[in-house]
Design a protein around this ligand. Sequence first.
Ligand code: IMP
Ligand code: MG
Length: 167
Amino acid sequence: MIPYSEIEKAIDAVAEKINRDYQGKEGRNAILCILNGSILFTSELMKRSKFDAELLTMKISSYEGTTSTGIIREVIGLSGDVAGKNILIVEDIVDSGNTIEVIYNEMKAKGAAEVKVCTMLSKPGCYKKDIPLDYVALEIPDDFVVGFGLDYNELGRNYKNIYTLDK
Ligand code: IMP
Ligand code: MG
């Protein structure tokens, strides 16, 4: 669906936008990598980042196969404090928005000074929430995809290109 060369170009563009907004931003920045899917994307963003930020992680799970269970489980909690910090949530994909909503609200509840959302992929046709997706690398149709961090039952994360799952 999306070859690596195109993914790279899209990451370059979104990283540039983030750099413009974060260079000179007041306060302490933290990049929140949502495990496991956004490990690869977060790494690519960090390689391109030109501002100071700490790296935080948390592990969220909601999918079985190609469908959301609707139950968002925090499998591994936040690795550090978010209070008073500018939190940039980094996701692999935003689909219905259920997951990002839970994470976003948790950041607000824990006293983050600012919360922004960055996602490698978004499916605008499926998004049902009103949390702003501040930085989106690529928009895709409503297909289940694997590769570049995204899995189908935990496999396929290592694929360099992004593929539509052939049912
Ligand atoms: P949402 O809660 O429906 O927005 O789904 C977001 C989460 O579900 C992401 O963090 C992914 O882990 C997973 N997900 C959603 N769509 C896909 C897909 O097409 N491929 C792989 N994982 C997906
Ligand atoms: Mg997943």
